[in-house]
Design a protein around this ligand. Structure first.
Ligand code: UTP
Length: 226
């Protein structure tokens, strides 16, 4: 059975309030593939994480503590996602190894972050590597990778295909002065490169994208491959 990991960006599900309509549609869409696919779903922190982190950062709270708070937010969103699925874990794993073991037991394994110092993109790449998944879907709020931040530069061009090395250069360029404009963090791209994992960067709110990728590897987003 094929394993697929989805990095479900928190911004897609965690607005104000929780985007239950999307979660219902997303879970219905991927469940069409549950007979042939095992899913690892790594959920981001979204607004929940950002609200806490930005309020406390101005008070100069230690970054490690802020990351811990962010991780709690991701796990809360992961558990919320689990309530929309059957044959899924309801105890959120705190390590990649534990999540990998759960993937042998359930059709769907949901998790959030693991430890401070990275984001759920890296968790998703590590999980994909650990379980031998060759497809990682990065569900974001932008419909692919752009030559520049499309929210700031109207002339930014969408790039349909990239090699891992090209994606790494682009992420490096964007990560100077770090911020949400980076489409995926560097560590996750390096892990994908070393284990030859294909990454689909998609507008995660477009539910049909998941079906197209799972059915025939087609995407209107960006495919990053070796
Ligand atoms: P996200 O993975 O959602 O961060 O985790 P992000 O990519 O910055 O958020 P989006 O996708 O743009 O909305 C939220 C926060 O939780 C902490 C980090 O502080 C991160 O910014 N975190 C998450 C960790 O420290 N470790 C993890 O493994 C995951």
């Amino acid at each position: 059975m094929e394993s697929v990991v989805i990095s479900l960006g928190g911004s897609i599900i965690s607005g104000d309030p929780l985007n239950v309509k999307f979660l219902g549609e997303f879970c219905r869409e991927i469940s069409k593939f549950e007979k042939k696919t095992r899913f690892g779903i790594v959920v981001g922190g979204g607004k929940l994480a950002r609200n806490y982190i930005s309020s406390l950062r101005v008070l100069k709270v230690n970054d490690h503590v802020l990351d811990e708070i962010g991780i709690h937010a991701t796990r809360m969103n992961a558990l919320a996602t689990a309530t929309f699925l059957k044959d899924v874990n309801h105890r959120i794993p705190t390590s990649i190894n534990d999540a990998a073991e759960l993937m042998n037991l359930y059709s769907y394994t949901v998790m959030g972050g693991t430890e401070p110092g990275h984001t759920t993109d890296t968790v998703a790449a590590l999980l994909a590597e650990r379980v031998g998944a060759k497809k990682l879907i990065n569900a974001t709020s932008v419909d692919g990778v752009y030559s520049d931040d499309p929210k700031k530069n109207p002339n930014a061009k969408k790039i349909l295909r990239l090699s891992h090395d090209e994606a790494i250069s682009l992420s490096l360029k964007g990560s100077i002065g770090a911020g949400p404009s980076v489409f995926m963090d560097l560590t996750s791209l390096n892990i994908a490169k070393r284990s030859n994992i294909e990454i689909y960067v998609i507008d995660g709110s477009r539910v049909s994208e998941y079906g197209n990728i799972l059915e025939n590897g087609k995407t209107s987003g960006t495919l990053i491959s070796g």
